[in-house]
Design a protein around this ligand. Structure first.
Ligand SMILES: [Zn+2]
Length: 191
């Protein structure tokens, strides 16, 4: 059975048996938080459990490394939507130890593109169009540095209200132990 047939069969049973009832909620985050974190498979269930988050509690935005590369890219847009449209009042950036984006080797990844049949011509056309692979595939020196970088982009973003704190954390991908990297309450100006 293919992956797709398997998914479709399981899903039919899930819906028919009304297993969704345990998860019913609405689109607004009950805990009024938005979280930018990594797509690491170890965090899929562990992160919400370790933070006591249930369905409906938080807007969770994921990518490789919890990295914000552009202040006007899709991850940042998601954070702005969470704040302005969904009622998020605090933003958490949660990186993790053992992240695959630590010292990501752009050259090695380009070699894998070639192994999969991507031609030199395609790569050189991209480079000439301004898509620099070294930059496009850039990770970070350490997970802590990655968290601080993303926090800094969000904190200094011209469209993020000063009253919305942006905190940074590192989570351990086995134990779920959370370490505070930067707490932002002090940055909130007195009114
Ligand atoms: Zn990661």
């Amino acid at each position: 059975m293919s992956l797709v047939s398997e998914l479709m069969a399981y899903n039919k049973q899930f819906v028919d048996q009304k297993e969704y009832e345990a998860y019913l909620t609405d689109k607004y985050p009950d805990k009024k938080i938005a979280i930018l974190t990594c797509m690491d498979t170890r965090l899929v269930e562990l992160l919400p459990k370790a933070l006591n988050l249930r369905n409906g509690d938080a807007k969770i935005i994921k990518n490789a490394g919890a990295i914000l590369t552009q202040p006007f890219g899709s991850a940042m847009r998601s954070i702005l939507v969470a704040i302005y449209e969904m009622g998020a009042r605090e933003v958490l950036v949660i990186g993790h130890y053992g992240c695959g984006m630590t010292k990501l080797d752009a050259k090695a990844m380009v070699a894998k593109f070639k192994q999969q049949g991507i031609s030199d011509q395609v790569l050189s056309t991209l480079e000439h169009s301004g898509i620099r692979m070294e930059r496009f595939l850039q990770g970070f020196e350490s997970p802590r540095e990655g968290v601080l970088h993303s926090v800094s982009i969000i904190r200094n973003h011209p469209l993020v209200p000063a009253a919305v704190p942006v905190h940074g954390f590192l989570i351990h991908p086995d134990t779920g132990s959370l370490e505070l990297v930067v707490e932002d309450y002090q940055a909130t100006p007195a009114v």
